[in-house]
Design a protein around this ligand. Structure first.
Ligand SMILES: [Zn+2]
Length: 372
């Protein structure tokens, strides 16, 4: 993959009509595989005088969003709307101001609404521009067929635990022991690993969740466990969104001129704030779901470890700090049920993905996990 990008960077410099450099790319890969980091690195290579050294002014400003020719589009909302794309297109219609290329990195191209995608398609189809589009999405199927047929595709894999550990140590200055722990329990998800390594409350929440399989002695306990899981997920989601929500509303009010007295102004602002609040609410709900999903993935690692110990491969377990708990679980439950529990977790995650009610889904799951 690196060779393809290197070839493209070299071709981008000669200015020849080489097949190697093209102006639309799709980076795909599972969550945490670093697809947006790869796209940003490619953007740096295109605008840096030293082919993407990572250290010069150009590279650094591109990474932090300060480079005039590099736009990184991040969205925390549920969708990227057509108005946003139209606005973006007028911004990037100009020739690059410093570099040879104007680069747009879109981190969540899977969230383009259909009309937004169609507006983008027109820009991608336009020949001869100096704008390069780097779209990121989980899979190719998340991108409109008309768009993906015009893009070169690069697929990233989930990085190894060892590679994630090294990134945490070198890039984020995290201690080797902590980096190893976070990389192991996050199963190759770099973002999640960094979050765990740098966030003590996330680590202690995870600890509580990992104890749940050992506390399912009765039906009442199962219902209690479901409630605990929902509470922790909600807490994790709300701590990260509250301050951001406030800032967004403040910014919006500023844009409308806070304290503006003109009648049209005031109703316009009120309407926009209402819209934003609606969007924030749906984002909060999605974050709770994401965080429940993360907790369920964590729970699955417990049963996975149970199976590994049962099959005589304890050295490969993820939760090596829970050896005693895992062994006591094995001694008190019938053999060969761990695979069924993993199946039940998978089913619960599918229900949630299809919009199942979180509490009911978790209650049903915990009752299933409690079954001997
Ligand atoms: Zn550079």
């Amino acid at each position: 993959m690196i060779d393809i990008l290197k070839g493209a960077v070299a071709a981008s410099r000669t200015g020849s009509d080489s097949q190697e450099m093209t102006h639309a790319w799709v980076f795909t890969g599972p969550p945490g595989s670093g697809r947006s980091s790869a796209a940003v690195a490619f953007a740096q290579a295109l605008i840096c005088p030293n082919q993407g050294c990572g250290a010069c002014n150009e590279c650094q400003s591109a990474a932090t969003g300060g480079h005039p020719d590099v736009e990184v589009i991040r969205t925390e909302g549920l969708s990227i709307k057509v108005e946003e794309i139209r606005e973006l297109l007028t911004r990037v219609a100009w020739a690059p101001s410093m570099a040879g290329w104007r680069v747009v990195v879109m981190e969540d191209a899977d969230r383009l609404t259909e009309s937004a995608a169609n507006a983008l398609l027109k820009a991608i189809e336009e020949p001869g521009t100096r704008t390069v589009w780097l779209l990121c999405a989980p899979t190719l199927h998340d991108v409109l067929p008309t768009i993906r047929s015009r893009c070169r595709h690069l697929q990233l894999r989930t990085p190894s635990i060892e590679a994630v550990t090294q990134v945490l140590i070198r890039r984020d200055n995290i201690s080797p022991t902590m980096a190893d722990f976070a990389a192991r329990v996050s199963q190759g998800h770099i973002g999640r690993a960094k979050f765990l390594a740098t966030n003590e409350s996330a680590r202690s929440n995870r600890k509580v969740i990992m104890q749940l399989p050992l506390q399912l002695g009765s039906l009442a306990a199962a219902f209690q466990a479901a409630q605990t899981l929902i509470d922790l997920a909600t807490e994790e989601a709300s701590t990260s969104s509250e301050s951001r929500d406030e800032k967004e509303i403040e910014k919006l009010q500023e844009a409308y001129g806070k304290g503006a007295t003109g009648r049209g102004m005031a109703t316009g602002a009120a309407k926009a704030v209402k819209e934003l609040e609606k969007e924030q609410k749906s984002r909060a709900a999605r974050m709770v779901r994401d965080s429940i999903d993360g907790a369920l993935l964590d729970l699955a690692t417990f049963y996975r470890d149970v199976m590994l110990v049962q099959s005589g491969a304890p050295e490969s377990i993820i939760n090596s700090d829970m050896r005693t708990e895992i062994e006591s679980y094995i001694s008190s439950s019938p053999a060969h049920t761990a695979a069924q529990k993993i199946g039940a977790i998978k089913e619960a995650r599918m229900n949630l993905a299809m919009n199942g009610a979180p509490l009911v889904t978790c209650e049903a799951l915990m009752c299933e996990l409690a079954r001997k």
